[in-house]
Design a protein around this ligand. Structure first.
Ligand SMILES: C[S@@+](CC[C@H](N)C(=O)[O-])C[C@H]1O[C@@H](n2cnc3c(N)ncnc32)[C@H](O)[C@@H]1O
Length: 424
């Protein structure tokens, strides 16, 4: 586990307290970004809290198992989450363990004064017996830090790669940029980074993997639309869609507009960007405006065309479908603990309905790209196979370098699935 960097002004006691609170909220069903939205906190405290909460959720399977070994009887959820966060910090920064115990006990005193002695004993017992305790935590859940159903499904789907898929999801995510080729080439932007003392590596036609993540304000030309932040796997979508100038294109699930912006960078087309979430739709406009583009942006349900479609067919359709997001857990470790196994079949049914509705809007000879950020075949290959079985005019086109359409996650990119369908 990599260490967290606390600046001198950040207070570990407060950071542990706030991160424990965020972890408790996730365990109660809230997503992590909402749980972390604390406008009152200063920037250094915010980043410390974020590091602790993300790290704890990445390693939750092991931390949970360790805490069960250390506790003789159950404690309240808020205290449990705070102790998990303190254990994470002890494992991440073993050299400052005495400070951590001291600060964690203070944080517990804020939450439940009567539990100070218990917290002190639990954390000191961990330090005394860490190796033996870890050795006793030998379940799959503790080892991989995913729910058992998730481990079983990944193992069944990817018998050769299941461990690397699971392990990739527990890494810290890299930061990858997409260079706006209407403004400059990726090589020119790399040189620009170098002039600012920053380094990166070209890993796709417009994709630059930064040597280390940075705040976007530090990126030269970001405000002027020279680059966007987008995972290298996500950058395949616009490339595969094969859009030419002048085409009528639909991005059916467009918010916040990452792939829509890329489509417009690649070809001057007539884009309709649709999303059903009114809170996310304005972000499409913001993202396109920063890049200097415009599109017809609509808030509507893509599976009910009567509400928004004028009847003119599209030559290209991108369906970046809602999915479990099982391929992007290194960016969103809360997903591992918030998803239920039953979500997969529910989402697969929604995806099938969306495909059926959008297919009616595709011009003859047109192409529809189906995309998810998932590694579960039920919402990927199986959704497409069922669709092909009920549509004899749909042909799946081969995608070079993406056997079966699946890009499995690794240290450099997230996991995605792509299927390009042509209407005969
Ligand atoms: C994977 S995200 C899209 C990401 C986006 N393509 C990008 O690259 O920035 C899926 C989106 O589908 C939207 N969505 C879910 N159900 C929808 C529906 N029935 N019609 C339109 N959009 C929908 C969600 O609001 C969400 O923004």
């Amino acid at each position: 586990m990599p260490p967290i960097a606390l600046s001198r002004s950040a207070n570990l006691e407060l950071a542990l307290y706030a991160a424990g609170d965020a972890v408790a909220q996730v365990r109660a069903g809230r997503n992590l970004s909402d749980a972390l939205a604390r406008p009152e906190a200063g920037a250094s405290l915010r980043s410390a809290v974020q590091d602790l909460a993300y790290g704890t959720l990445r390693n939750l399977g092991l931390l949970d198992a360790l805490l069960s070994e250390l506790l003789r009887k159950p404690v309240k959820p808020a205290l449990h989450a705070l102790l998990l966060t303190a254990l994470y910090q002890l494992r991440a920064r073993p050299r400052t363990s005495h400070t951590t115990v001291d600060q964690a006990v203070r944080a517990v005193a804020r939450l439940e004064p009567a539990a100070k002695g218990l917290a002190n004993a639990v954390l000191r017992n961990y330090l005394r017996e860490a190796d033996a305790l870890v050795a006793r935590c030998d379940s799959d859940i503790a080892h991989y830090s995913y729910p058992q159903w998730w481990i079983d499904r990944v193992r069944a789907a990817w018998p050769q790669h299941w461990e690397s898929v699971l392990n990739a999801g527990n890494l810290r995510p890299p930061m990858t940029l997409r260079v706006n080729r209407r403004r400059l080439t990726a090589e020119q932007y790399l040189a620009k980074l170098g002039e600012s003392g920053l380094a990166g590596e070209l890993i796709g036609p417009q994709a630059i993997l930064l040597e280390r993540p940075l705040p976007i304000e530090s990126l030269p030309g970001f405000g002027a639309g020279e680059v966007s932040v987008q995972d290298a796997g996500a950058q395949l979508a616009a490339q595969l869609l094969d859009v030419r100038p002048g085409m009528r294109v639909l991005d059916a699930c467009a918010a916040p507009g990452g792939k829509a912006g890329h489509v417009l960078e690649l070809a001057d087309c007539a884009l309709t960007a649709l999303d059903s979430d009114p809170a996310r739709v304005p972000r499409i406009n913001d993202n396109l405006a920063r890049l200097g583009f415009s599109a017809r942006v609509v808030c509507a349900d893509c599976s009910v065309p009567a509400m928004w479609w004028d009847g003119a067919p599209f030559q290209r359709i991108l369906l970046d479908a809602p999915c479990t997001a099982s391929g992007v857990v290194k960016r969103h470790p809360d997903i591992k603990w918030l998803r239920r196994e039953s979500d997969i079949a529910r989402l697969a049914a929604t995806q099938g309905r969306m495909l059926d509705a959008l297919w009616q809007q595709l011009a003859a000879g047109g192409k529809l790209l189906y995309a998810t950020c998932s590694v579960f075949p039920q919402e990927n290959a199986q959704t497409i196979e069922s669709f092909l079985a009920r549509n004899d005019r749909a042909r799946r086109l081969p995608l070079a370098g993406l056997e079966g359409g699946q890009l499995l996650p690794d240290a450099r990119h997230d996991g995605f699935f792509y299927a390009l369908l042509e209407r005969q």
